[in-house]
Design a protein. Structure first.
Length: 134
């Protein structure tokens, strides 16, 4: 039995001051795995899949740490979910940057559609990404 989780985060951010911002958005999870005892499984391959979007609100603090580099810490919260992160972003220009971050996410009760099953999911580790500012 194994499980693979792919998560994506989409947020809209509002700058409150030079260093502080708040955001709203959602975490998008795709879960795939193999399990012989699963409500939504394919009986021939014993695989399952599920997608879940969790609405979140959060805040971040940003500080310049070098030329074109920003460090940040942040926290987001949603239904049965908490998300913490800290990282560094390098800005290629005023609209595009690359980032590396440590993130910790804990979803206490991820409920599956058309099923009475739920799961607790914890993810943590280094992440990379691109950011686009509009």
């Amino acid at each position: 039995e194994s499980t693979e989780i792919e998560g994506k985060e989409y947020n809209l951010s509002y700058k409150l001051s030079k260093n502080a911002s708040v955001y709203v958005g959602y975490m998008d999870y795709d879960i795939k795995g193999k399990d012989s005892d699963w409500d939504e499984h394919d009986s021939t391959t014993q695989t399952y899949s599920h997608s879940e979007n969790i609405f979140q609100v959060g805040a971040e603090y940003h500080a310049n740490i070098g030329p074109n580099m920003i460090g940040w810490v942040g926290a987001g919260f949603g239904k049965d979910m908490k998300h913490y992160e800290c990282g560094i972003e390098y800005d290629f220009n005023k609209n595009v940057g690359a980032e590396i971050a440590y993130k910790y996410t804990d979803v206490k009760k991820l409920e599956y559609e058309n099923s009475d099953r739920s799961a607790e999911i914890k993810t943590k580790g280094l992440y990379t990404g691109l950011s686009f500012k509009i």
